[in-house]
Write a protein that binds this ligand. Structure first.
Ligand SMILES: Nc1nc2c(ncn2[C@@H]2O[C@H](COP(=O)(O)OP(=O)(O)OP(=O)(O)O)[C@@H](O)[C@H]2O)c(=O)[nH]1
Length: 554
C-alpha cells in the first residue's frame, strides 16, 4: 500500500466565507514528483473540482513539510552566483562577464521572467558592464551588482506610480482580473489605504455573478469601515456603477472602488461588460489585479487587458506567497503599464505602493530599509518610543515593554516579511523564521501567566522561586524555562542600555545586579536549599547567555 500524506487545505478567511477547508489524502509519490506549486494547485483543483485561487494554504500533517518558499529567494541566490564568479577578477571584460551573465540569465528565466525580457535585460547589463569605467576601490562584482540593480529598477518602471485622483467629483477606481486573483480583497485593501490618506471611500459590488462576492465585499467593507453599494445580482454592472457614482456625488464621497466579476480566463462577455462600465463612469483608474505567482503569465494578461479595454496599471497580489518574482519583473516591460500596488498578505494593511528601487533591493537580498522604517512608524507612536528609550536608559525595560515590541513587530506583517526588509537577513531560512515565531509564542505564553505586578517588576520573579513555579505551572512550562526567560530579560536590559549608552557616547553600565546572581543560584541549588550569593562583578553564567540563543559572550 503506497505511503500517503494527509493534506489539510486550510483556506484563508475570505475563502472560508465561501467554503470550508478541504481535507484530502494524496500519495507521497504524487507529491514527490510534482514541483510544489503544481501539486498544490493540482491537488486543490482535483479536490475542489474547480480552479481555486492560490490563496489556499496547505501543509502536510505529522513530520511533513510546511511548504512556503521565500519571495525571490531563488532569484537572489541565482544572482549571487553571478557575483561570486567575479571573485579575484580585477576588471569586467568580455571574457570575465560571460559566466556571470549566464548565471543572471538563468536566474531570471528560473524566476519565470519572459525570455524576450531576459534577453533585453542581459544585453543591456553586458553593454553597461563593458562600457563602465573602472572606479578605484570598487570591486568588479560590486560594479556588476550596481549595474544589475539600476537595470532592475528600470525594468520595473523606474519609480513609484501612485494612484491618480479625479480633479472634480469622485475618483472611480475600476478593478478587473481573473477569478481568485484577489480583486474583492484588494477592493477593501484599497479602501483601507484611501482612508489612511484621509479620503472617504465607498465600495461598489458590480460582481453580479457570484452572490457570495457581494456578501464577501459587504463583510470586508464592514471590516474596513466603509459603505458598500450594491443592487443585488439582477442589475447590470454598468447600471450599478453609474448609480453608485450618483450616490457618491450626493454624499460627497472622494473615491469609489468597483469590484467586478472574475472569469477563469479572458472571455468576450467579461470584456464587453468592462467596456460598458468604463463607458458609463469613465474611471480615473482601471487596474488589473494579477496574481504574482502566475509569473510571466501576469505580464501577458496585463497586455491583453490593456489592448482590449485600456488599463492604467496593475496590482500584483500574493507577493507573500511562493512567487518567484517573474511577474514583478515582467509586467511593466511587457505591457508598458506600471505596477501601482503589491499585496503581501490577507490583512487589510497588506497592500502597499510598488517601489521599483525597493523591490530591486529585495531581489538583490539587500532588504528594504525604507519600507521597514515606514512600517515601524505606522505601528509605533513617537511617544511610545520616547517612553521606551527612557525605560531602557533607566534599565527598567519590563515584560510589558517586551510584549509591546513583539506585538508591534506582528503588526508590521508576518515575521518572514519583516525579516525580508532587514538588509542581510535574506539568508534566514523559512525554517529559522518558523522557529523564531514558535519561540515568540512560547515566551508570550509565560508572560501572559504573570501578574501585572510581575510584568512590571521582573525582580519579583527573580527573587521568588514560588512565583516562578506558579508562572511555570500556569503556562505549562518548566521552572527552568521561566527562570531563563527572566534571566534573558535582565540580559536584554543590560545589552540594550549598553547599546543605547554607546550610541549616546555614555559608558557601558556595570555588570548585572544581584538579581541575576540569586536567579542563577536558584537554578543550581536543589529546591529549598539556601541561595549562594555571587560577586556582583561575576558575569552571568554562560549557560544563561547560551539560553538567550547565543547572546553576546562576556
Ligand atoms: N496570501 C495572500 N492571499 C491573498 C492576497 N490577496 C488576496 N488573497 C486571498 O486570495 C483569495 C481570493 O481573494 P478574492 O478577493 O476572493 O479573489 P477574487 O479575485 O475577488 O475572486 P473572485 O471573486 O472569485 O473573482 C482570498 O483567500 C484572499 O484572502 C495576498 O496578497 N496574499
Amino acid at each position: 500500500m503506497e505511503a500517503t500524506t494527509t493534506l489539510t487545505l486550510s483556506s484563508s478567511p475570505a475563502i472560508a466565507a465561501r467554503r470550508s477547508p478541504v481535507r484530502a489524502t494524496i500519495s507521497q509519490s504524487h507529491l514527490r514528483h510534482c514541483p510544489v506549486r503544481t501539486s498544490r494547485l493540482h491537488v486543490a483543483q482535483s479536490l475542489a473540482s474547480r480552479p481555486l485561487s492560490s490563496g489556499w494554504r496547505w501543509r502536510r500533517r505529522g513530520s511533513g513539510l510546511v511548504v512556503r518558499a521565500e519571495t525571490f529567494g531563488q532569484l537572489t541566490t541565482g544572482l549571487e552566483s553571478a557575483w561570486n564568479k567575479l571573485r579575484g577578477v580585477d576588471v569586467l571584460t568580455k571574457e570575465t562577464i560571460v559566466e556571470p551573465m549566464r548565471d543572471i540569465r538563468r536566474a531570471l528565466l528560473e524566476a519565470d521572467v519572459s525570455l524576450p525580457v531576459v534577453r533585453r535585460f542581459v544585453s543591456s547589463v553586458s553593454e553597461k558592464a563593458l562600457g563602465s569605467d573602472v572606479i578605484r576601490g570598487i570591486r568588479p562584482e560590486q560594479q556588476l551588482v550596481k549595474i544589475v540593480h539600476d537595470e532592475l529598477v528600470q525594468l520595473m518602471g523606474g519609480e513609484v506610480s501612485d494612484l491618480v485622483f479625479a480633479k472634480t467629483g469622485p475618483t472611480v477606481i475600476l478593478l478587473a482580473g481573473l477569478q481568485g486573483v484577489g480583486k474583492t480583497t484588494v477592493c477593501a485593501k484599497l479602501a483601507f489605504y484611501l482612508k489612511k490618506l484621509g479620503k472617504s471611500c465607498m465600495l461598489v459590488a458590480a460582481d453580479v455573478y457570484r452572490p457570495a462576492a457581494i456578501d464577501q465585499l459587504t463583510v470586508l467593507g464592514e471590516q474596513v469601515g466603509v459603505p458598500v453599494y450594491s443592487e443585488g445580482t439582477t442589475a447590470k454592472p454598468a447600471e450599478i456603477t453609474k448609480n453608485a457614482m450618483e450616490e457618491a456625488k450626493r454624499n460627497n464621497i472622494d473615491a469609489i472602488v468597483v469590484d467586478t466579476a472574475g472569469r477563469l480566463q479572458i472571455d468576450k462577455t467579461m470584456m464587453v461588460e468592462l467596456k460598458e462600465v468604463k463607458k458609463s463612469v469613465n474611471p480615473t483608474e482601471i487596474l488589473l489585479v494579477v496574481d504574482a505567482m502566475t509569473g510571466q503569465e501576469a505580464a501577458a494578461l496585463v497586455t491583453t487587458f490593456n489592448i482590449e479595454i485600456g488599463i492604467s496599471g496593475a496590482i500584483l497580489t500574493k507577493l507573500d506567497g511562493d512567487s518567484r518574482g517573474g511577474a514583478a519583473l515582467s509586467v511593466k516591460e511587457v505591457s508598458g503599464k506600471p505596477i501601482k500596488f503589491v499585496g503581501r498578505g490577507e490583512r487589510m494593511e497588506d497592500l502597499e505602493l510598488f517601489y521599483p528601487d525597493r523591490m530591486a533591493q529585495r531581489v538583490l537580498g539587500m532588504g528594504d530599509v525604507l519600507s521597514f522604517v515606514e512600517k515601524a512608524q505606522e505601528v509605533v507612536r513617537q511617544e511610545d518610543t520616547t517612553e521606551l528609550q527612557k525605560k531602557i536608559m533607566s534599565a527598567k525595560f519590563d515584560f510589558n515593554d517586551f510584549l509591546k515590541q513583539t506585538q508591534n513587530v506582528a503588526k508590521m506583517g508576518s515575521m518572514s516579511r519583516v525579516i525580508g526588509m532587514i538588509p542581510g537577513m535574506n539568508k534566514v531560512t523559512p525554517a529559522q523564521i518558523r522557529e523564531a515565531e514558535k519561540r515568540l509564542a512560547f515566551v508570550e505564553s509565560m508572560i501572559n501567566a504573570m501578574t501585572a505586578e510581575e510584568k512590571e517588576k521582573p525582580e519579583l520573579l527573580a527573587e521568588s522561586r514560588e512565583r516562578r513555579i506558579r508562572v511555570a505551572e500556569e503556562s505549562e512550562k518548566t521552572e527552568q524555562e521561566v527562570s531563563q526567560l527572566v534571566a534573558q530579560l535582565f540580559q536584554m536590559r543590560a545589552q540594550m542600555k549598553k547599546l543605547m549608552g554607546m550610541m549616546q557616547g555614555q559608558e557601558a553600565i556595570a555588570g548585572m545586579g544581584d538579581l541575576m546572581d540569586s536567579l542563577n543560584a536558584d537554578e543550581k541549588a536543589p529546591p529549598g536549599t539556601a541561595r549562594r550569593r555571587r560577586r556582583r562583578s561575576e558575569p552571568p553564567r554562560q549557560r544563561e547567555l547560551d539560553a538567550v540563543g547565543g547572546a553576546s559572550r562576556p
